[in-house]
Design a protein around this ligand. Sequence first.
Ligand SMILES: CC(C)(COP(=O)(O)OP(=O)(O)OC[C@H]1O[C@@H](n2cnc3c(N)ncnc32)[C@H](O)[C@@H]1OP(=O)(O)O)[C@@H](O)C(=O)NCCC(=O)NCCS
Length: 174
Amino acid sequence: MVDFTIRQAELSDAEALARVHVDTWRTAYRGIMTDETLDALCYDQRTAHWKKILTGGKAVTFVAAMDEVVGFANGARDRSEGATRADAELFAIYVREDHQGSGIGQALVRALAARFIELEFQTLKLWVLDANSQGGRFYRGLGGEPSDHKVMTIGGIDLQKTAYSWSDLSLLVG
Ligand SMILES: CC(C)(COP(=O)(O)OP(=O)(O)OC[C@H]1O[C@@H](n2cnc3c(N)ncnc32)[C@H](O)[C@@H]1OP(=O)(O)O)[C@@H](O)C(=O)NCCC(=O)NCCS
């Protein structure tokens, strides 16, 4: 049994969030995005980005901590228009490669969903790259229904994405 704590992120987590973010992009997206894109990721820039998010007051961010932060999930009110519009959007969830498959991702989703329900959101959506088969499997396992597709260009490469939707956030809280 892996021992970890889920808690809301604090400003002092910005550097740790940046480390998890950059390191997990590099392991999860190697071979999907170009080496140039992944090698150009920068801890300092990501730390600045996280400081903005954590002081912005709009997003909800949870971290999973052991002796250090090993994962995070964040999201906010869905500001998009169109068919997949939901009350809330999960923007990002990343667990360090050496800690994946131990239930941390599910615990992060549960915490985020519970907070969204407190904020009176009922529905959720997120986007995942089709080439990220691990991500797609994880969301389908949590009951996400594929609801839309689009293409995004990252580092000069066109990548297909699928939206997954949940019509009842309470199903994610368990
Ligand atoms: C996708 C991701 C966030 C999931 O987090 P995780 O901590 O690995 O997920 P969990 O451990 O909660 O669940 C993963 C699997 O382990 C299984 N599992 C859950 N608890 C478990 C436990 N205690 N012991 C063994 N297996 C367990 C789950 O059933 C799940 O099965 P699946 O293979 O059908 O998905 C994580 O793997 C990750 O960061 N991947 C790389 C980046 C990424 O894809 N992010 C999403 C981008 S949109």
